[in-house]
Design a protein around this ligand. Structure first.
Ligand SMILES: Cc1ncc(COP(=O)(O)O)c(C=O)c1O
Length: 281
């Protein structure tokens, strides 16, 4: 199994080096579980507390017993192996179940940790901004799952299959009502009139840890963030637009289809602060 190019792969399943999970695992059958994608810097995970909190909240909402915090941290350190830069993905599923949706009473969660190489993106993505498109694939509204980083990512898979052009860094996704929610693997912010706006995620979308950090950093800098429904028109009328996730930090958007955007100094400052946190400073 070649997980990440030249890098020796490291995979732990329930604490043991392994390359496979059981064929009855409910994560495979139903997407019955959660995941976290975590940036590693010098073997550490600067955003760990936020990832851990989201994982625990997700487990509570889905009725999955959360992993033991110290065990998970220890496994994360093992898998990260002191790497200068890497990505560790944690998957927690409800565990193995019989045929049928009803979880067995004695089900035990499965814990999978995988290390990947650090994705190399062009430096211009941060300095000049990225070009993005709108996807045709939409996000279903379901308050029960909204915000969770659950394993069911077929909507994002379909959306990401819509383009191959490497010049397009991301695709924006709307809900069935046409409101902008996020990009395939990022949250989205619009800056206009000295204020940030980011879509309300109470019906769909992933509540990103970087989104949360940006809202806090903005508040610390006296910049208000409105969390509200965001139409395409409002997004396209913004002065600046940017994307966030816990690996990239902040990517300014320079173009959405034919619409060009500037990169306001406020956004550059915010991005610099987020990068400091990502570097563990
Ligand atoms: C669908 C989706 N939305 C948002 C995000 C951003 O989340 P985070 O900031 O926690 O990385 C991701 C990250 O992978 C994602 O897959």
């Amino acid at each position: 199994m070649n997980v990440s190019g030249d890098e020796p792969h490291r995979v732990l399943v329930d604490g043991r080096a392994a390359e496979a999970v059981g064929v009855f695992d409910r994560g495979l059958h139903y997407g019955d579980g959660l995941f976290e994608t975590i940036a590693i810097r010098d073997g550490a995970a600067p955003l760990w507390d936020r990832h851990w909190q989201r994982l625990c909240n997700g487990c509570t909402r889905l009725g999955i017993a959360p992993p033991h915090g110290e065990v998970l941290r220890d496994e994360l350190a093992q898998v990260a192996g002191g790497a200068p830069r890497a990505v560790v993905k944690i998957i927690v599923t409800r565990g193995a179940g019989g045929r049928g949706y009803a979880p067995p009473g004695d089900v035990r969660p499965t814990r999978i940790l995988l290390r990947y190489g650090w994705p190399e993106y062009p430096a211009a993505h941060w300095t000049n901004g990225v070009q993005v498109r709108f996807c045709r694939a939409s996000l279903g509204r379901n308050a029960q799952l909204a915000g969770l980083k659950h394993l069911n990512r077929i909507e994002q898979v379909l959306a990401r299959s819509e383009w191959q052009d490497p010049a397009i860094a991301e695709g924006l996704m709307c809900d069935e009502q046409g409101k902008v929610i996020e990009a395939t693997a990022c949250n989205v912010f619009a800056f206009a009139g000295g204020m940030l706006r980011t879509p309300d995620l109470s019906a769909c979308g992933v509540a990103g840890v970087m989104r949360e950090l940006i809202i806090e950093l903005a508040a610390g800098a006296g910049l208000e963030t409105r969390v509200e429904p965001l139409s395409r028109e409002k997004l396209l009328a913004a002065d600046s637009v940017f994307l966030t996730n816990s690996l990239i930090g902040v990517w300014p958007v320079r173009k959405i289809e034919e619409h060009q955007f500037g990169i306001d100094g406020t956004i550059r400052e915010l991005a610099a602060k987020a990068n400091c946190v990502l570097r563990g400073e």
